[in-house]
Design a protein around this ligand. Structure first.
Ligand code: ZN
Length: 377
């Protein structure tokens, strides 16, 4: 097992871009009221929207409870904090009506989604449904309990252009945060694969996997009622973090993210989307188009900036509207590298390595149309 697994998962949650002014305004939001933490609101027959608190710049996560008639299906679990566990106690007492939990479905392994999955399994005895890459990645990160930051991770951020002070701050932040935010997961699980059908809440759901934000994220689509449980694959008001990590330092998550967005575009326009953050909404195509356009604007700006060679960190001024600090700085770096790698893999920029630092220089104009052309073939 590599010892350079980078688990700043808390940071990952905190690093979603703050909503840009007006972002997501053109979507249709059918529900005016957002439930209080630990409370539920029935938003379609047998589908209950539940929110749980997050101690980050992102304040809440949506979970969903599905009435199976003879019991419940729980979708996502919330972060492993005593406050969220207290809210769950209330949910079990008041809302689940003494009926059993039939299954727990987790969209992906990030701690706000998987943090209490193991705790819910222990409490209910219900099986855990996840995709293989999400389950195994989470199990791996749970083993990372070292307090000191590995040299390889420091070298990775140095290569991205971290100044000495930022490297020191990163080293001081410590390591192994995933295991603090996630309850121990069971040793076994039920695997969800792309295209699989799951039946729960009186509906048939088809699994649609995606990557770029996490390794093998599961969304679920009910064709009969046109409902998409989107997880973090499609959020209405914020852009999901798409980052390169020291574990896969030459990855192309943005290329994978674009592919995943295209996979959602064939869904009916009046599909009701149940996201993991902010309110349920309609108009999938408007949202996938806006998210793609935001990344394309950044790619254009970066390729213009890199006429003079630039590190990932030197790309911040054209990528982010605000100054990044703390863990946002680390996560912004992952995003900046993701955009650089997208351009590098398509021959738009070249990498110049010198003294343990990588700079990227534009060698061919980036054509915004090329993003769509990759998927027209
Ligand atoms: Zn996530």
């Amino acid at each position: 097992m590599p010892n350079d697994v980078n688990p700043p998962q808390e940071a990952e949650i905190a690093s979603y871009h703050r909503p840009a002014r007006g972002e997501g305004e053109r979507l249709d939001y059918p529900f005016e009221d957002i439930p209080e933490f630990g409370e539920t609101q029935e938003i379609a027959e047998g589908i209950h929207w539940l929110t749980m608190p997050l101690p980050f710049s992102l304040k809440a996560i949506n979970l969903y409870l599905f009435d199976d008639g003879d019991g419940w299906t729980i979708l996502d679990s919330g972060l492993n904090t005593s406050m969220v566990r207290d809210h769950w106690d209330k949910v079990f007492d008041k809302l689940l009506d003494g009926k059993p939990v039939n299954r727990i479905v987790i969209t992906h392994m990030h701690p706000d989604h998987s943090g209490l999955a193991g705790w819910l399994v222990e409490r209910t005895g219900a099986p855990l449904h996840m995709t293989r890459a999400e389950f195994l990645t989470a199990r791996t990160l749970l083993l990372e309990k070292s307090e000191t930051v590995p040299q390889k991770a420091l070298a990775f951020y140095k290569r991205a252009g971290f100044p000495a002070m930022a490297l020191e701050a990163f080293a001081a932040h410590g390591y192994g945060n995933f295991a603090k935010a996630v309850w121990e997961l069971p040793q076994g699980y039920r695997r969800m694969r792309h295209g699989d059908r799951l039946d729960f809440g009186g509906r048939k759901w088809r699994v649609i996997t995606g990557s770029g934000h996490s390794p093998e994220h599961a969304s679920l689509f009910c064709e009969d009622d046109k409902i998409l449980i989107s997880g973090d694959q499609l959020l209405p008001r914020i852009t999901s973090n798409v980052s390169v990590y020291p574990t896969e330092p030459y990855g192309d998550p943005l290329g994978e993210w674009f592919a995943s967005l295209y996979a959602l575009e064939h869904l009916p326009a009046d599909t009701l989307v149940l996201p993991s953050h902010n309110e349920p909404f309609r108009n999938v195509q408007q949202r996938t188009g806006d998210i793609r356009a935001a990344h394309i604007r950044r790619l254009v700006a970066l390729s213009e900036l890199c006429v003079e060679p630039k590190t990932a960190v030197e790309g911040f001024p054209v990528l982010f509207r605000r100054k990044l600090s703390g863990m946002d700085y680390i996560m912004g770096t992952g995003e900046a590298i993701a955009h650089m790698h997208y351009l590098e893999k398509r021959g738009n920029v070249e990498r110049l390595s010198d003294g343990g630092v990588d700079r990227f220089r534009t060698i061919a104009d980036f054509d915004p149309e090329s993003v769509a052309e990759e998927f027209d073939k």
